[in-house]
Design a protein around this ligand. Structure first.
Ligand code: SF4
Length: 405
């Protein structure tokens, strides 16, 4: 069955369902966006909640031709492989009996890899082609262990590395996400050298900056020095990659940017901020069934000081999957208000920011926090993530063209 997109113009289609199997995590990383209370809470999303969620997803008018189910937000591997066998079977059974048996579904885990053992290797082999995983590793021990410790304050690097080695030895490919903190910015060589042995098994590498912890808007000089260091990091990283002296994986940050620049809009998905945060494109479901949308990272636990933004104390939660249908949530007054606020934010960016076409968005709540209004534009995060990144990559391309010509 093909859904009538005209009925749901501006919504979805759902491409990603993020499930919080558990919010518990065996690590206590210094930059984690979940609260400590949440990361110490050992409850589990029930199979009934998963079943209800996918009964809704597969029968809703917001479903496209394929979607990814991602277990994230907490350490998913603290639960046993059998939990996920049952969860995957539940999702696929619901899909097979739904109006959308043709819907292509795959599954993904975002893990710190510290708990990967023989049972997990067996699981990932069993579901090869259906299940993928991404590992969070911040590079060599001297960088990783500064921020990624367990609850007793002990380092986690050795366990993460053992996990990546076990995956490599079993021939299981994985993605890597590395958080680059200020102390790693001056040494891109360390990242490339550290990950080199894993390159044959790394499908994609992605780096993040958690600069909001480090950028103080009142400290203009500090912010501008951070931007300069990030640009120097990117420029050096691109030089090192171009030198051919390191085996390097595909780096998603650069690949996505080149895609935006060089692939005609008609031949690629829309990557602009407005399209990336269309309601029901990404749906995040917390353990208790609470649902948020626009993009991942807006759950009640993550929205911090904005829990009462819409007067109900529930942050950006638009409903609970155990109590309301997706269509009811789509028609709710709260979602209408949120869509208005997000559109105010996107329109302000579109009319005043030269980087709008290369900005993937996701800064709406940051703009509100920093400036007190959705109608604001530039924040320190824009300066770093979007503007410094675009400038550094374009300057590097221009330098390479001049050197070649
Ligand atoms: S960089 Fe900032 S101001 Fe520019 S489009 Fe993105 S969010 Fe808006």
């Amino acid at each position: 069955m093909v859904n009538d997109k005209a009925l749901v113009s501006g919504f979805g289609p759902i491409e990603m369902v993020v499930l919080q199997g558990t919010s518990y995590c065996n690590l206590n990383c210094s930059y984690c966006y979940l609260s400590e209370e949440s990361r110490r809470h050992s409850a589990t999303m029930t199979l009934e909640t998963i079943q209800r969620a996918f009964e809704e997803v597969t029968s809703s008018p917001f479903t496209g031709s394929r979607l990814r189910v991602s277990w994230h937000s907490g350490e998913p591997l603290v639960l046993k492989p059998d939990y996920y066998r049952a969860a995957i079977e539940t999702v696929l059974n619901v899909r097979d009996g739904s109006p959308r048996p043709d819907l292509v579904i795959d599954f993904d885990f975002q893990t710190n890899a510290t708990l990967i053992n023989a049972a997990w290797i067996e699981f990932f082999k069993e579901y090869e082609g259906l299940v993928t995983l991404g590992v969070s590793c911040d590079g060599p021990a001297e960088l990783h262990d500064r921020h990624r410790k367990n609850w007793s304050g002990r380092s986690s690097h050795a366990a993460t590395e053992r996990g990546m080695q076990a995956l490599s030895e079993a021939g299981i490919p994985f993605d890597v996400t590395a958080v680059i903190s200020p102390d790693g910015l001056d040494e891109p060589e360390l990242f490339l050298a550290y990950f080199e042995p894993f390159v044959p098994f790394i499908r994609e590498f992605h780096f993040n900056l958690h600069d909001e912890l480090f950028i103080d808007t009142r400290d203009r000089a500090g912010a501008s020095s951070y931007v300069m260091r990030y640009k120097a990091f990117l420029s050096r990283l691109l030089d090192l990659i171009a030198s051919g002296n390191y085996k390097t994986p595909k780096i998603r940050n650069f690949a996505s940017f080149y895609n935006r620049l060089f692939v005609p809009a008609a031949e690629r998905p829309s990557y602009d901020a407005r399209s990336m945060s269309a309601p029901f494109k990404t749906v995040s479901i917390e353990m208790n069934g609470d649902l948020t949308t626009f993009y991942a990272g807006l759950t009640l636990d993550e929205c911090g000081d904005q829990k009462n933004l819409y007067g109900d104390g529930r942050g950006l939660v638009i409903g609970n999957i155990l109590e309301s249908s997706l269509s009811e949530m789509a028609g709710s007054e709260k979602l209408k208000l949120m869509m208005h606020d997000f559109e105010t934010s996107h329109s302000a960016c579109e009319s005043s920011c030269d980087y709008f076409d290369v900005c993937s968005g996701g800064y709406n709540l940051i703009k509100l926090r920093r400036h007190g209004t959705f109608g604001a534009t530039e924040t320190p995060e824009c300066l770093v993530h979007v503007k410094a990144f675009a400038d550094a990559v374009l300057e590097h391309m221009s330098g390479s063209l001049q050197a070649a010509g």
